[in-house]
Design a protein around this ligand. Structure first.
Ligand code: HEC
Ligand code: HEC
Length: 101
């Protein structure tokens, strides 16, 4: 009886390993960071208008999701930590929500 339990367990473990083998086989190649850096075209553009303290995410999307109020529409409204990448740049004029350009 003990041997049967042992056999069933062994077969089960082997089957499980075989089942997950494709997951490990599908690994991504090592990224070539030096090549990526050389190809990089620059930093995310700085924000050319004033930001209210704590303004981020959906508050930015209010204008940038669809591009209302002459804001350039963003290609990535789902990346909600906007200010993680877009830092304050030189302020051309404060964003008052009614920029007439
Ligand atoms: C009231 C509308 C409004 C809100 C809210 C707003 N923006 Fe803008 N944003 C604009 C407008 C209009 C421009 C065009 C440049 C300018 O200010 O003249 C712009 C330009 C930008 C640009 C430059 C894009 C480019 O193609 O050069 C970035 C980056 C940006 N905003 C990020 C943000 C972030 C991050 C927030 C939230 C903290 C935010 N914006 C909130 C209206 C807005
Ligand atoms: C992970 C970094 C990152 C985050 C987070 C991020 N952006 Fe960007 N954004 C970029 C980069 C890089 C570009 C330059 C164009 C590109 O490569 O897509 C860009 C471009 C833009 C542009 C110019 C139009 C375009 O899409 O090319 C706008 C407007 C903009 N971002 C607004 C925003 C707003 C609003 C948020 C938050 C909801 C945000 N970004 C979050 C990195 C980021």
């Amino acid at each position: 009886m003990k041997r049967i339990v042992q056999l069933v367990t062994t077969v089960g473990v082997v089957a499980a390993l075989a089942l997950f083998a494709p997951v490990f086989a599908n690994e991504q190649p090592e990224p070539d960071l030096a090549k990526d850096a050389a190809q990089g075209t620059g930093l995310p553009m700085a924000v050319p208008h004033a930001m209210k303290p704590g303004e981020d995410g959906e508050a930015c999307n209010a204008c940038h999701r669809t591009g209302i109020k002459k804001a350039p529409p963003t290609s990535h409204p789902e990346r909600l930590n906007c200010t993680q990448c877009h830092v304050q740049g030189a302020i051309k004029k404060p964003a008052k929500g009614k920029s007439k350009k």
